[in-house]
Design a binder for this molecule. Sequence first.
Ligand code: PMP
Length: 428
Amino acid sequence: MLYQRSSQLFAEAEQVIPGGVNSPVRAFKAVGGTPIFVKSAKGAYLYDEDGNRLIDYINSWGPMILGHAYEPVVNAVIEKAKLGTSFGMPTELETQIAALAVSMVPNIDKIRFVNSGTEACMSAIRLARGFTKRDKIIKFAGCYHGHSDSFLIQAGSGAITFGSPNSPGVTAGTAKDTLLANYNDIENVKAVIEANKDEIAAIIVEPVAGNMGCIPPVKGFLEGLRTLCTENGILLIFDEVMTGFRLAKGGVQELSNVDADIVCFGKVIGGGLPVGAFAARAEIMNYLAPLGPVYQAGTLSGNPLAMAAGLAMLQALNNDAAIFQRLADKTAYLASGIDKVLKANNVAFTINTIGSMISVHFDANPVVDFKTAAKGDNETFKKFFHGLLQEGIYIAPSAYETWFITDALTYEDLDFTINAIDKVSKSF
Ligand code: PMP
């Protein structure tokens, strides 16, 4: 496949946009080559500026769980746009999506909408700090909670890819309030809490990690966090920006039966428009302005186009009793197919998967945390990525990302992908 026009467009973009992109991982720095410029997308496929069709396993990094240009979402946005695109005043639509989200997710009474996952997580820790009157937070190495200062300490996703997990520009003053722990290691969390008694406002965790590849929690990890938080007056924040409305209607709280104190959302909740949200029981949410002292606001928060897209998406998921099983079945089929061909071709690998999230790590050992994720063989990943691109398959241009399975993928698409992986991995 040729990507001539994409290369030319990238060269033009580099003149006026830093690195040619508005979010770093898009630039293909980790895998080499030039990024692909998209013209349109429908269902499971991307169509690029060179006229190529690609099977999409990224799906805008998660939101397009029902496929691209999903008609109920597109129509809802078109109809709303005709009525005005932003008011900065309350609309009935905001209550409708809030009520639906609260009904789908366990253990939350109220939800506030923002414009990105970053904003959701940033606001959630401010709320936790205000509520507990403590300053420190615990985050896990390799977890990503957006690009706000407190979280850019051993962050996952693009922050690992670029080798700058601790970004310049984050002050020492901010960094000292972010304590690090190892994912899936409850003893380590216990030790961090012991060393900072009565100082920790919140533990924020991706309850299924997706930003160091996909790493599900080991048995007892989330339960252990819940117990430690309850015992120590710490709020447990589930960052469900990736997993919310993807792994189950009620996210990982529903899957694990572990209650969080605050939950963050993004991606699917906006149906592909810029939306984030954070939610909790009323006692905590009432701490927010205008009811309480913790300030948080947004000119475009609750924007009618974004809310219309999100509502159409949540309604579609809520009304389809089989959706999460169907997604899990497709993902399991893909995982078992990849497993078979990589074994046959003597590749060292580990596949981690849960629900509709999957990642292939090029290392034979179990991948359970940041350290084990970092052992993956990047040279193999580069060959894998570019090989698949030549076959018309688009996976994330970094080894530290999860693939997101969409309902628009057919079993023919999955077979095509497995065959392509067979072909590509023969030449590793
Ligand atoms: N939290 C998690 C778990 C994420 O995966 C991401 C984005 N990949 C974010 C927060 C940040 O969301 P956004 O990019 O919308 O700011």
